[in-house]
Design a protein around this ligand. Structure first.
Ligand SMILES: C[S@@+](CC[C@H](N)C(=O)[O-])C[C@H]1O[C@@H](n2cnc3c(N)ncnc32)[C@H](O)[C@@H]1O
Length: 206
């Protein structure tokens, strides 16, 4: 089968990507791990003993980093529609985050505990229809903010991937209304061509 131009370009970039090579060498599950490491270095998000929620966690690059940093006294609650292999200090629930039953399962697992930090790298499968992809992505991102508003500890932090485009400015405003400070970050490990940025929101107003 002949590869499309964009998939050959992706394959080329992937094979030659320094972060992909580094992830393999460092025993990390994905190059995305470096994005969370960079955010954490800059914004001091994760400390030992914390309870962290990781939304859209597969294959587990972020959970791997967070699990290590929270240590044995902390916990990460991760979720994804795809399966994810086990990791130290990480609980995992597989399911569609847009499904109420899955949302409820996550609340049940928390059992009244309030996460110190919620991170989300969730992104839908790309259909290629830009407007539909942007709408699907904003919908998922808004659901992560619903979760934040229901469970995050007052004073807690939230880091979320957003694709800049239709709806992203309104979302930023919405996040600002619930947090003391919001920073827009573009980690070096994020491909420059990608419209993704990360909002790091600190000090949940509760
Ligand atoms: C960029 S990847 C996350 C990578 C991850 N942070 C890591 O470091 O390995 C985005 C994830 O969002 C998940 N996702 C997309 N739609 C979802 C949905 N409706 N419910 C749950 N997860 C979803 C995808 O399955 C995918 O694993």
């Amino acid at each position: 089968m002949k590869r499309s131009k964009s998939s050959s370009r992706w394959l080329n970039e992937h094979v030659n990507d320094p972060y992909v090579k580094r992830a393999q060498k460092d025993g990390l599950r994905s190059r995305s791990s470096y994005k969370l490491m960079e955010l954490n270095e800059k914004d001091k998000l994760i400390r030992p003993g914390m309870l962290v929620m990781d939304l859209g966690s597969a294959p587990g690059g972020w959970s791997q980093v967070a699990g290590k940093l929270v240590g044995e006294k902390g916990r990460v609650l991760a979720t994804d529609i795809l399966p994810m292999d086990g990791l130290d200090n990480v609980d995992f629930i597989q399911g569609d985050f847009t499904d109420n039953a899955v949302f409820q399962q996550l609340l049940d697992k928390l059992d009244g505990r309030q996460p110190d930090l919620i991170v989300s790298d969730i992104a839908p499968n790309i259909s290629g229809v830009a407007a539909a992809d942007q709408a699907a992505s904003m919908y998922l991102v808004e659901l992560t903010l619903d979760m934040v508003r229901q469970v995050l500890k007052p004073g807690g932090n939230y880091a979320v991937k957003v694709f800049q485009g239709e709806g992203s400015d309104e979302f930023l405003k919405d996040v600002r209304s619930s947090f003391e400070k919001v920073f827009i970050r573009k980690p070096e490990a994020s491909r420059p061509r990608s419209r993704e940025v990360y909002l790091v929101a600190k000090g949940f107003k509760g």
